[in-house]
Ligand binder design. Structure first.
Ligand SMILES: C[S@@+](CC[C@H](N)C(=O)[O-])C[C@H]1O[C@@H](n2cnc3c(N)ncnc32)[C@H](O)[C@@H]1O
Length: 332
C-alpha cells in the first residue's frame, strides 16, 4: 500500500500517471496501491484529512464505510493551460496531463517547439488557432473567433483544453474570455497557471518585487490613459513593440508616432537618462536572454519587437510614512 505523500509525489513528476489520474482517479489510486485513508481524503477533497496523513498525524487505518464517488465531469468542459516561455522546461506536469487527456486541444503558441510538443502529446486532436489571425486585421476580431471556436468544442460535449504560451492568463484575452463564457453557459471551466515572461524577467534580471514593489502595465494602456505611476516601484511594461497598433502584423509592427509618444511620456516621469532594460527571455534551451540596458531617450523601433518587454528600475527610494512606522514601533 502506498502512502498519500508518495502517491501525490509520483503524480507531481510523472505526467503519464497524472493523465491517467485525470481520466480515472479511482482506478489510478487502486492501481498504484494508495491506502484507503488516502483514497478517502482525495475522494472527499478533504484538505484537513490530507494534511493529517501527509504530516503523519493520523492513524492510517482503513476508513469505515463505502468509498465516496468522485465527480469526473462528463460532457463539455474547458481547461486552459500555459506552455511557458521556453517550452523545453516550462511545460508543467499538469499542463502535459491535461493536453493528453483532452478530446480536443486548441492552441495559440509562439514557437514551433511548443506546437510540436502539443501535437506530440495529443496527435489526433490538436489544432492551432493561429489561422484566425489575418494580416492587418484587428486582433480583437481574431480573439473573438478563437473564443467561439473553443466554445463550439465545449458545447459539442468535448473535454477541451486550450493552450496559450507563457501564463495563459497573463496579457491574454481569449483564454480568460473562454473561461468566462464557458462558466456563464454552465460548463466546468478553469485556468491553470504557467510561467510568464515576467516570471522569467524576475529570474534573469535578478529582480525581487518584494524589495520595491512592481507595477505591470501594457504599453498602449499606459500611453492612452492617465495612470498613476509610482516611480519608487519597479515598472514592467508589456507589448512596447506593438504600442498603438491594434492589428496583427506577422512581419513586424509599424510603431509610427506611438513609440516616440510612449518614450516622451516615460521621460516626463523618469528623465531622459534613466536606464531601462529591453528584455527578451530565451525561448530555446541553452540560449541566454536578450538584455539591453538603454537610456529611455534612446529607445526606438530598432531596439524593440513584438516579444520585447521593457523593465524600468525605480527612479527614487520609497518614502517612509513616519507616523505609521512609529505606531508600529518600526522607528522611534
Ligand atoms: C500577448 S502578451 C503574452 C504574454 C504571455 N501570456 C506571458 O505569460 O508572458 C505578449 C507580450 O508578452 C511579452 N513577452 C512575450 N514573450 C516574451 C519573451 N520571450 N521575453 C520577454 N517578454 C515576452 C512581451 O511584452 C509581449 O509583447
Amino acid at each position: 500500500m502506498s502512502h498519500l505523500r508518495a502517491f501525490l509525489a509520483r503524480l507531481a513528476v510523472d505526467p503519464e500517471e497524472l493523465t491517467r489520474y485525470l481520466r480515472d482517479p479511482r482506478g489510478t489510486m487502486e492501481r498504484l496501491g494508495l491506502e484507503r485513508a488516502g483514497r478517502h481524503a482525495l475522494l472527499t477533497a478533504s484538505a484537513g484529512a490530507m494534511w493529517e496523513l501527509l504530516l503523519d498525524r493520523s492513524e492510517r487505518e482503513p476508513v469505515p464505510g463505502v468509498e465516496p464517488e468522485i465527480a469526473v465531469p462528463q460532457g463539455g468542459s474547458l481547461v486552459v493551460v500555459g506552455t511557458g516561455i521556453r517550452t523545453t522546461g516550462h511545460l508543467t506536469t499538469e499542463a502535459i496531463a491535461w493536453i493528453k487527456a483532452a478530446d480536443t486541444v486548441l492552441y495559440l503558441v509562439a514557437d514551433p517547439v511548443a506546437e510540436e510538443a502539443i501535437r506530440d502529446l495529443n496527435p489526433h486532436n490538436s489544432m492551432s488557432l493561429r489561422g484566425y489571425y489575418g494580416e492587418g486585421m484587428v486582433r480583437t476580431q481574431s480573439y473573438e473567433a478563437m473564443v467561439e471556436h473553443i466554445m463550439s468544442c465545449v458545447r459539442a460535449g468535448q473535454r477541451t483544453c486550450a493552450a496559450f504560451y507563457g501564463h495563459p492568463g497573463v496579457f491574454a484575452f481569449p483564454s480568460h474570455e473562454s473561461v468566462r463564457r464557458a462558466r456563464a453557459e454552465g460548463y466546468p471551466a478553469r485556468m491553470l497557471p504557467g510561467i510568464s515572461a515576467e516570471d522569467c524577467l524576475f529570474a534573469d534580471l535578478g529582480v525581487d518585487p518584494a524589495v520595491n514593489g512592481c507595477m505591470s502595465i501594457e504599453a498602449s494602456d499606459f500611453l492612452l490613459y492617465d495612470r498613476v505611476i509610482d516611480t519608487s516601484s519597479a515598472l514592467v511594461m508589456w507589448q512596447v513593440g506593438v504600442v498603438g497598433d491594434w492589428t496583427y502584423r506577422a512581419e513586424g509592427y509599424q510603431l509610427g508616432s506611438a513609440l516616440p509618444m510612449l518614450v516622451a511620456k516615460l521621460i516626463a516621469l523618469y528623465g531622459p537618462a534613466h536606464e531601462a532594460f529591453v528584455y527578451e527571455a530565451a525561448t530555446l534551451p541553452g540560449l541566454p536572454p536578450h538584455i539591453l540596458p538603454i537610456a529611455l531617450t534612446h529607445i526606438s523601433p530598432v531596439y524593440v519587437n513584438a516579444g520585447s518587454t521593457l523593465y524600468i528600475p525605480p527612479l527614487r527610494p520609497k518614502t517612509l510614512n513616519r507616523s505609521v512606522a512609529a505606531a508600529l514601533g518600526f522607528v522611534r
